[in-house]
Design a protein around this ligand. Structure first.
Ligand SMILES: NC(=O)c1ccc[n+]([C@@H]2O[C@H](COP(=O)([O-])OP(=O)(O)OC[C@H]3O[C@@H](n4cnc5c(N)ncnc54)[C@H](OP(=O)(O)O)[C@@H]3O)[C@@H](O)[C@H]2O)c1
Length: 271
């Protein structure tokens, strides 16, 4: 199996490096294409990949074409691919807001996977949600799942609408966590801690809470009940959040991202 990654930016390289460790691939079976001479220089020095600057030389050879350029470059890439691809090739796109219908119409391919990664993919802790067109077989789906899992975990969804929905939860979600962390760090600074100590207090609190959550079947609500006793300090904080409607505001924020993802999908991709 040969994979072509188009776009050697943050995400393209993250997936190329992840997939290169897959047991499904033999050595040097990842081709990477980019238009930037600087990126190509770096790629040529990397023994894991074969670097390309011309689609004609690599697209026909690929079994899977993985596209990781910015959405505004999507249309020009699709139009170039149109005359080079052949039925049977699988196209995986991680481009935000670029729909399967657009991909199908512009490339002529019918085996399409649309995926939505998130930032922690860069350290192997990502979450990629993905949806596949009807022409992708069950065996191909297993292969794709295994490739996406090389950057963390993947979740197969049944409908493209869930890709936009997962953008509101896992895609944009790391920023919500950073928002919460920032506010807690600012509170720690205001209480007189140094920036260094504030960072440790907040980072270890998040790490510990997440480990607890992952090692157990308890819901976040049950954990809150465990940690907050009546009249205690944690209860005071949780009551303050409840009184200020923080939970509702977080849900509203997630829906704002979901709605924006739907809107972006309706916008035409630009050449
Ligand atoms: N970053 C995230 O957390 C995240 C999350 C979800 C989805 N995504 C999606 O991932 C995609 C890539 O994002 P990114 O942050 O990795 O972008 P990026 O770092 O800008 O990488 C894109 C790369 O593609 C190159 N490129 C541009 N036009 C090209 C062409 N025609 N053929 C080949 N390569 C071309 C760019 O070169 P130049 O720099 O010279 O233009 C750049 O090296 C986006 O579509 C985004 O929606 C990203």
């Amino acid at each position: 199996m040969k994979i072509l990654v188009i776009g050697a930016g943050n995400m393209g390289l993250t997936y190329a490096e992840g997939m290169s460790k897959s047991k499904l691939l033999k050595k040097r079976n990842i081709m990477v294409l980019d238009t930037s001479e600087e990126k190509l220089e770096e790629l040529r020095e990397n023994p894991q990949f074969d670097a390309f600057d011309d689609l004609q030389k690599c697209a026909p050879e690929a079994d899977i074409i993985f596209i990781a350029v910015k959405p505004y470059h999507a249309e020009s890439v699709f139009l170039k691919l149109n005359s080079l691809v052949k039925p049977g090739q699988i196209l995986i796109s991680i481009m935000a807001g670029v729909t399967m219908e657009t991909i199908k119409n512009l490339t002529g391919l019918t085996k399409i996977v649309r995926a939505m990664p998130n930032l922690p993919a860069q350290i192997g802790k990502g979450l990629t949600s993905f949806v596949a067109s009807e022409d992708v077989t069950r065996i191909e789906l297993l292969t794709i799942e295994s490739l996406l899992d090389t950057t963390g975990k993947s979740v197969l969804v049944s409908d493209e609408n869930f890709i936009d929905a997962s953008t509101g939860i896992s895609g944009s979600g790391p920023a919500y966590v950073f928002y919460f962390m920032q506010s807690m760090m600012e509170a720690a600074l205001k209480m007189g801690f140094t920036p260094k100590v504030s960072k440790v207090l907040v980072a270890q609190t998040f790490t510990g809470a997440i480990e607890l959550f992952n090692q157990n079947e308890l819901s976040p609500n049950s954990w809150m009940d465990k940690v907050a006793s009546k009249g205690g300090t944690t209860r005071a904080a949780l009551d303050s959040m409840e009184n200020n409607n923080v939970g509702e505001l977080i849900k509203e924020a997630a829906f704002a991202a979901f709605e924006r993802a739907v809107e972006l999908g309706k916008e035409k991709v630009h050449v």
